[in-house]
Design a protein around this ligand. Sequence first.
Ligand code: ACO
Ligand code: ATP
Length: 633
Amino acid sequence: MLEQWLTQLKAARQRAVFIFSAATADERAHIHARLQALLSDALWLADAAGQYARVHRYRDYLGLTQQHVVMDFQQLIHADALAALAGTVEGGGCLWLILPVHSSPFQQRLCRYAQSYPLVCCFSHWRELIAKLETTPELHLPGANSPGFPSAEQQQLIKKLQEAPKQTHVIVADRGRGKSTALGLAARTLSSAAPLLVTAPQPAAVTTLLQHAGASVQFRAWDKLLHDTKSYGQRLIIDEAAALPLHILKQLIEHYEVWAIATTVDGYEGCGKGFVLRFVAWLQHHADVRMHRLVTPLRWSPADNCEPWLHEVLLLAAPVSESGNARNEVLTLRQCHASELTEEHLRQTMALLLEAHYQSSPNDLRLLLDDSRQRLLLSFYGTTLVGVCWLAAEGPLPVELQAAVVEGRRRVKGELLPQALGFYRQQPQCLNWRWLRVVRIAVAADQRRHGIATAMLGHIADTARNQGFDALGTSFGISAEVLRFWQHTNFRELRRGLKKNPASGSVSAIWGYGLTPRAQHQLQQLGELQTLELAWQQGATIDPVAPDLFAICQAIIKGFVRGFLPLSNVRFAWYLLWLQQRNPVFDYRQSVFDPTVSIAALSQAYAKASRAELEQWLRGEASNFLTQTASRC
Ligand SMILES: CC(=O)SCCNC(=O)CCNC(=O)[C@H](O)C(C)(C)COP(=O)(O)OP(=O)(O)OC[C@H]1O[C@@H](n2cnc3c(N)ncnc32)[C@H](O)[C@@H]1OP(=O)(O)O
Ligand SMILES: Nc1ncnc2c1ncn2[C@@H]1O[C@H](COP(=O)(O)OP(=O)(O)OP(=O)(O)O)[C@@H](O)[C@H]1O
């Protein structure tokens, strides 16, 4: 019976989506077993460990074309993977979703929107699928015209690429528009003495491109390209660019003659419209850029049901509303849970988040709808949404987990602020507080610098105090602009990461302040310590400080002695305490306290074979230091 559907889908180059939402574990297992028997050649991804590819590895399959994709979500619907992999299913194929047994607002949304699309079907029992196939043998789908090979749009693009081989062409399109094919065909005709290089996040992503390009085009992994200085300056194509970190793309542009960059704007993680805006804005200052778009789908027919259903469900194509003269109106603020919003307000909220934060993704929509600890503060001029603040309640952590968190043996999901301060600053009391975290804050581009974000943060502080929260905080990737904004608020920097985030290329920071007296005092001290640490890192002379900070420094050094914290995290606290003592025994070890000396250089200077050996030795020294400090006090 399925064969009959597949034949008709193929002729119409359309796709079907079958969603299974079983109410019991037994029925789910039954559906699973039947599907396994039915679809032996499907790409099957699951969120549980086992015989299948793991859902979080979905990027490995981008750019490929499949007839059947099964996404087996036992625990949680991975909405980013769903958005990305639906686009790999060809016309004539099917997307199969097995949902978790426990329903949720997001899960219900998937099925609710299916009702408007004849080829998107929801079932709670296997027998319902059979009944559907039996009762609807004829689909009455319109015949599909062949787009031609290459299609008219592809031909135009190939011509433009050939005409301007020295320019950097950015090709933006949704999935399956024939980008890779067009690039391959264009590369084949490009006469060049040196081989043309192509890179992408995964080798599989360029399979189609290489098929059409011929032998003169070679794939190279992007990290190899960055290390291989000898090939710098060669001509390069970057495919699936949005799935590469922005700072990597920038380095590739700086070192290579990039001829073409292809990317999707389909909204899976890091791939929203904001990415394209930010990247292209940067690129225009560094290269002679030409923008191109491919609009018509080629992997499936333009009459396809799957893509519009997904766009509607995941709010992927939502444009940011124009706010125009809205500023004449009074600004109103509303705190709510995402599940309480009208569809229009939810759409506007996601549009603003996707535009302002390029790492926003469909998984954020799922979290906002399904998790009761997530809240929103929205600001409106009239009915137009102009600002969004996404808030998450964190802490207190269960008492039985606290020691493990402070010792770095446990990480609990969704508890970023208390855990980071509990662990890196060895402050267990932070784990007992109720925190409210500003996960993201965004104001519509045409309404910025008018105090909207400041007004939202003021409102949040007032309501959080009334609701019994102990502290407000946030964590973000540092950029000069974002720092300037937070410096303008009551928040203070409490900790700065030491390593760059591989995705954003920036270091992250935690900012916050206390609302209750105990949290105010504690966070003020952590803020002072952080201010001094930043000054020390920048080479300023540090004067001995009031004894208030000693207890925090001692706790951090103890965390090092007991093996919880690495040396890099304690050098400043140790230095600050040492400054008070001026203990000559430790003088010869001053380079431990010099932020310009790397850990690798320290290992060398003290003739230690490895970082681990250096740390082991210094743990003993730090322990002696603490004993002596205690005896002096
Ligand atoms: C946890 C996180 O989300 S961190 C990421 C923050 N969000 C983003 O980066 C998304 C894109 N940016 C935005 O949406 C906005 O620019 C925001 C949210 C950062 C600021 O919103 P706005 O409503 O413009 O802030 P607001 O008008 O209240 O600014 C207050 C002060 O912050 C400072 N400030 C704000 N934005 C900037 C900026 N781009 N450059 C320099 N200073 C700034 C200024 O001192 C400003 O006061 P002034 O305008 O009187 O000089
Ligand atoms: N002109 C065409 N006519 C018919 N099929 C085509 C045409 N061009 C490409 N295709 C097919 O459409 C599918 C998508 O093509 P391609 O991989 O080039 O698109 P893409 O936009 O790069 O896709 P993705 O976003 O998934 O990487 C492939 O199966 C390809 O063989």
